[in-house]
Write a protein that binds this ligand. Structure first.
Ligand SMILES: Cc1cc2nc3c(=O)[nH]c(=O)nc-3n(C[C@H](O)[C@H](O)[C@H](O)COP(=O)(O)OP(=O)(O)OC[C@H]3O[C@@H](n4cnc5c(N)ncnc54)[C@H](O)[C@@H]3O)c2cc1C
Length: 512
């Protein structure tokens, strides 16, 4: 057993996590046998429509054509998020968290000069061209820009159901993944406690060397079989429910928003995602602060205000915010909802799936003997990442000045703020978030993201004299001018989001 080579990877679950993991591993390890088992009785969750720019790299690595992806997954470009109503709840209350770094971000500090000279201009609007592209509904590239290349950094909005099927087809036809459609009924163990095989209803036992649990929220292998503890985060992030609905556009040529819009409500927030043929809208809320009926009324009011009064019935989803104490236990690693889930405020779930699949693939243990070393490193890396996701999401609530409902007041209760976030907020009273706060490779949210949210939400730093030196101010002014010049250049040169997406659906993009 000790020197047993890892030859066969068995994945349970055919949602986005299962097929992304299968694709990433299969593309990098043609010598490994990969089998994915999916139950015909349990549908994938079918939500999860916003991604990060990392998805471009992931899809390119898997060998997917971006044109095919756009056509088959009803995909659209996403250039970041717009947060409305998070600070005061007033009409003019919004800020952007774009995907592009502030202009000159790695060269010189910008926040001190912004605060001194332009405190009335939203931070992101001064330091980046991207909020202006979003405000004008522009695409992040031109029709002649090749697949996956960008003029402005972008991720995607997509149809989650179609995405899983698209990846399935690609993984089976192009990457040699074996697909077994069957329900896993029991887990068979070796004497040492490792998983030996998955007992299926119709295909007998499927043996493997390493098992990837992508079984969704029930966490069939890691949670149910191994009993790895679930660490609830409800005391930090209260949201545990969602009402999701798909709504049509007013017409076929209605604009497609270039960003996810997240609009704060009395007991949560509403996501609004534009796909080519419909919008996906959902209210994420805390069941401790509102009821389902009241939540549905809030969702309907939002739909009415945004031009879709006659939508059908929303779908209710419940979840426990939190993650597992370990993600890799013995010869089993959990990826996706089986590892954990926190409200989708910054669309971090699929990004964590991509990061998990990438680390598993890059660090693929050669033998069972070395697997525990890789597992320990994997667990350490992802515990850190989950903690940082929680800090970052909580930041959006902590900085709010809203006190119009118990939800917002409870969210700012110091007892609900993680200690590391409180410490960082204390530091940021005197200096901007920097790389010293987020020093790891592949940080989930870099310091620039913290600056976008902090300064977007009206946080003020008492900068010291060093941050306000004349040469820094001069360099910052230069970068503000550069961002403004780029905005002026790009706005007329880029097609609208709708124009480019329609073009891709009809004519495709150039292959790289
Ligand atoms: C309201 C909401 C909004 C979200 N929005 C976003 C977003 O904008 N961006 C983002 O990145 N993420 C988002 N997510 C998260 C995202 O949906 C998931 O991370 C993603 O879909 C991956 O899900 P999964 O594959 O882990 O699980 P699932 O899709 O639930 O798949 C589970 C799979 O396991 C299989 N299975 C279960 N039991 C068995 C069995 N006994 N035998 C065999 N197979 C079995 C099922 O058949 C299924 O194929 C959102 C989640 C929710 C709840």
């Amino acid at each position: 057993m000790a020197s047993q080579r890892i030859r066969h990877i068995v994945i349970v679950g055919g949602g986005s996590a299962g097929w992304l993991s299968a694709g990433v591993i299969a593309a990098a390890h043609p010598g490994l046998k990969i089998t994915l088992v999916e139950s015909p009785d349990v549908a994938p969750i079918g939500v999860g429509e916003g991604t990060w720019p990392t998805m471009r790299d992931t899809l390119a690595k898997i060998g997917v054509s971006e044109t095919d992806f756009f056509r088959e997954c009803n995909a659209a470009f996403k250039q970041g998020s717009k947060f409305s109503g998070w600070m005061t709840g007033q009409e003019d209350d919004y800020y952007f968290h774009p995907f592009v770094l502030p202009q000159g971000y790695s060269e010189t500090p910008l926040a001190a000069r912004w605060q001194e000279r332009h405190p009335d201009v939203p931070f992101a609007d001064l330091v980046s061209f991207q909020p202006h592209l979003c405000a004008q509904g522009r695409a992040p590239k031109q029709a002649a820009t090749p697949e996956y290349a960008a003029v402005a950094n972008y991720g995607y909005h997509l149809d989650a159901g179609k995405f899983g099927l698209f990846l399935r087809q690609h993984c089976i036809a192009k990457l040699g993944v074996t697909f077994v459609q069957d329900h896993v009924v029991t887990i068979n163990s070796h004497e040492n406690g490792d998983i030996a095989s998955l007992q299926t209803r119709d295909h007998g036992a499927i043996e493997g060397d390493l098992f990837v649990d992508c079984s969704g929220m029930q966490s069939l292998l890691l949670g149910k079989h191994f009993g790895v503890e679930f660490l609830s985060q409800k005391h930090v992030l209260f949201n545990d429910s969602a009402l999701a609905i798909q709504v049509p556009y007013a017409s076929d040529d209605s604009p497609i928003a270039s960003q996810t819009t997240s609009t704060a409500q009395e007991s949560g927030w509403i996501w609004d995602i534009g796909l080519p043929t419909r919008r996906g809208v959902g209210y994420v809320y805390s069941s401790a602060h509102t009821g389902d009926l009241a939540a549905e009324n809030v969702l309907r009011r939002y739909l009415k205000e945004t031009g879709t009064p006659d939508a059908g019935s929303p779908r209710k989803l419940s979840f426990q915010p939190g993650y597992r104490r370990q993600f890799w236990h013995r010869n089993c690693v959990a990826i996706g909802l089986s590892a954990g889930f926190i409200e989708p405020l910054e669309a971090s779930a699929l990004a964590l799936v991509e990061l998990s699949a990438a680390m598993l693939s890059d660090e693929m243990p050669a033998t069972r003997e070395v697997m525990d070393i890789v597992a320990r490193r994997f667990n350490e890396a992802f515990t850190y990442r989950w903690e940082r996701v929680i800090d970052f999401l909580k930041l959006h609530y902590v900085l709010s000045k809203r006190s119009d409902s118990p939800y917002w007041r409870d969210n700012r209760d110091p007892a609900s703020i993680p200690e590391r976030l409180s410490e960082m907020l204390a530091l940021w009273r005197h200096r901007a978030p920097s790389r010293y706060d987020f020093g790891r490779i592949d940080e989930v949210f870099p310091s620039a993201s913290y600056q976008y949210v902090l300064y977007g939400m009206g946080f003020r730093t008492e900068f010291n004299a060093a941050d306000q030196r004349a040469e820094i101010a001069q360099m910052a002014d230069g970068y503000f001018r550069e961002a403004s010049a780029l905005t002026a250049k790009m706005l007329p040169a880029l097609p609208s989001n709708r124009e480019l997406i329609d073009h891709i659906r009809r004519h495709g993009l150039q292959k790289i």
